[in-house]
Design a binder for this molecule. Structure first.
Ligand code: ADP
Length: 607
């Protein structure tokens, strides 16, 4: 057993020396004051351990004892100075610590020189008088670090806690050694103490140089959190700024860094975390190689995401850096998406402003022109000759076109602002479809054949009549407009399974597959060689779908390019109708062809 104690004690000394060498090397590479203080503490501690090996317990050498004593006190004081680097002490506290250090050294010297062979009781008292200042120097930082660690990212937290644990264990060992007295002669106790001292070494080592595997384990929980946050971050950040701010916050947490910033492609600092923007801007102006950074590949050029080491996290390993690179790639993709979203939002906003402004500014003058044109036509302003009358009628038609356009724009702006009020009334959808056909009938020419197919009985719906007529008229006029070669246009009304449907099919130019997404957007037009000469605003379908949706319905489309399109408006059937239709017994469920309606029928017949 004694042999084991000797081996364990020897091992402890070797371990402390190795620890001293490791921190000395770190300090050599890093040269920061913080590292210097920790190096001072651990090297002096190693010195104490080595000197202890050479000391003859029965007949201690005074010089060795004196050096040991001073080294021991200084090691504790270095821990306090290390703390002072991380969390500065007040001047008074630091002054008091210096006085305590001097007093402890004096007491120690008096003890070593004057009371070599004192009685065991007073030896214990003296021992306590010596280790108490050491325990104060190291104990206060331990508590501070532990408390501070709660607010830190996992890697930093774990490091500080290991450091606190290592020095805490040393304090306990010292008190046990001093108070234990003769029981320490027991080989088992001595072995336990030596083993405990041995445990201090890895604890302190991982606090300043944790191996990659350990860092990965510490980060695991946080990484999962980051992954979940990343998803939110990439999808839901409304602007680049917000996205960059969140991204850098998580980068700092994930890396266990103290601060970080995101630099845009133009070199501007986009977001910071843990550092003020001015300092970040100064750092961003430096070569990025001097920081831990990862490039952000953006369309405008290369930006960067940099994280800064601090006293808690002196150096990042290659593993952290490659992790940062992977993260930065995801963030770059997110920033690009946010840029597109921002641009689109700005464009949409401009469109709304334009719609509002243009429609309201135009409405007044057009109303005045309309009034005068109608007065001209009616002869109220004097009788016009034939050419004058012709001109007045062309003007009236054009002004009415303009008016329709303005009404569309106003309606679109209203929809955008949520200002549309619907007047839902119980109606027969067939009536509305008929009146829509009347509206568009002037557009039909001899190349078009309109087939109308409606149930014999009423299709009861609770809807805004005017707006629904606008929707159907819009679909019909599109069917005519986008069938420049003519062909059959079928307008079919059905009531089935609680829904009323109006399908308008044409044999026109059809819609290219990649144009489908544009169809129902505001100002969305599909410009192809077949359509570029056709007039239009791209507001019609947008309005139609929005108005349908506001009434609990929708518009869907099926189309084959070059063959034709079918647009279907669906609306909820009125409650009673809906039940009957489900039973198959209602009016609407009876699907039979209706004789061609007035006006449209005549034209269809012509075709
Ligand atoms: P506008 O007709 O004023 O351009 P719309 O919103 O009514 O605007 O239609 C948007 C686009 O959808 C049109 O520009 C056209 O390219 C396409 N489109 C609409 N209806 C049809 C149709 N029946 N056949 C082919 N393309 C159509």
């Amino acid at each position: 057993m004694t042999q084991a104690v000797i081996v364990a004690q020897a091992l402890t000394t070797v371990a402390f020396v190795a620890l001293g060498a490791a921190i000395a090397y770190r300090w050599y590479r890093d040269r920061s004051r913080t590292q210097a203080m920790l190096a001072g503490a651990l090297i002096t501690l190693a010195l104490v351990s080595v000197l202890g090996r050479f000391q003859d317990q029965a007949n201690p050498n005074v010089a060795l004892s004196l050096i040991s004593l001073v080294a021991f006190m200084v090691s504790g004081f270095f821990v306090l100075l290390f703390r002072n680097e991380l969390i500065p002490l007040s001047r008074n506290a630091l002054g008091a610590a210096y006085v305590l250090l001097a007093a402890a050294i004096v007491v120690g010297i008096v003890d070593v020189v004057g009371f070599q062979r004192t009685a065991p009781a007073s030896a214990t008292m003296l021992g306590l008088a010596l280790i108490t200042p050491w325990a104060i120097f190291t104990g206060e930082p331990i508590v501070r670090f532990w408390l501070a660690s709660n607010r830190l990212p996992t890697v930093q937290r774990a490091r500080l806690r290991f450091l606190s644990f290592g020095f805490g264990l040393l304090i306990v060992i010292l008190f046990v050694a001093v108070i234990g007295g003769s029981s320490l002669q027991n080989p088992t106790v001595a072995l336990l103490i030596a083993l405990a001292a041995l445990l201090v070494v890895p604890a302190i080592y991982v606090s300043f140089a944790p191996p990659a595997l350990l860092r990965r384990i510490w980060r695991l929980a946080e990484e999962n959190e980051v992954r979940a946050a990343l998803q939110d971050l990439l999808i839901f950040s409304a602007t680049r700024q917000v996205m960059a701010e969140r991204a850098v916050y998580w980068a700092v947490r994930m890396m266990g860094a103290t601060a970080g910033f995101v630099m845009d492609a133009d070199g501007r600092v986009l977001a910071t975390s843990g550092i003020d923007p001015e300092r970040a801007a100064a750092l961003a102006a430096r070569p990025l190689e001097s920081m831990y950074s990862a490039p952000l590949h953006l369309t405008e050029g290369q930006g960067a995401m940099a994280v800064l080491t601090g006293p808690y996290t002196p150096v990042f390993g290659s593993e952290e850096v490659s992790q940062l690179k992977g993260y930065a790639n995801a963030v770059a993709a997110g920033l690009e998406r946010a840029r597109v979203t921002e641009r689109m939002a700005a464009i949409e906003n401009n469109k709304t402003q334009f719609l509002n402004l243009a429609s309201h500014e135009l409405r007044g003058p057009v109303t005045v022109i309309r009034g005068y044109v109608s007065m001209l036509e009616s002869g109220m302003l004097g009788q016009l000759n034939e050419r004058g009358l012709k001109a007045a009628s062309v003007m009236a038609a054009k002004v009415s076109e303009m008016n329709e356009l303005i009404e569309e724009m106003i309606e679109a702006a209203r929809l955008e602002e949520g200002g549309v009020t619907l007047r839902a009334v119980a109606s027969d959808l067939r009536e509305i479809v008929r009146s829509a056909i009347e509206v568009v009938s002037p557009l039909l020419d001899s190349r078009h054949r309109l087939e109308v197919d409606m149930p014999e009985r009423r299709v009861r719906v609770n809807i805004d009549r005017d707006r629904t007529r606008t929707i159907v008229a819009n679909l019909l006029s599109n069917a005519i407009k986008y069938s420049p070669e003519g062909g059959t246009i079928t307008c079919q009304v059905r009531a089935r399974a609680g829904l009323a449907k109006v399908s308008i099919a044409d044999e026109g130019i059809g819609i290219p597959r990649d144009g489908m997404a544009t169809l129902f957007t505001r100002f969305g037009r599909i410009i192809t060689p077949e359509t570029e000469h056709l007039k239009g605003t791209g507001l019609g379908l947008f309005l139609a779908r929005q108005l349908a949706r506001l009434q609990g319905g929708d518009i869907t489309v099926a189309s084959v390019e070059g063959e034709g399109s079918t647009f279907t408006l669906q609306l909820p059937l009125a409650a009673a109708e809906s039940h009957a239709a489900k039973d198959g017994s209602g009016d609407g469920a009876v699907e039979s062809k209706q004789p061609r309606p007035r006006g449209a029928g005549a034209r269809a017949g012509n075709a």
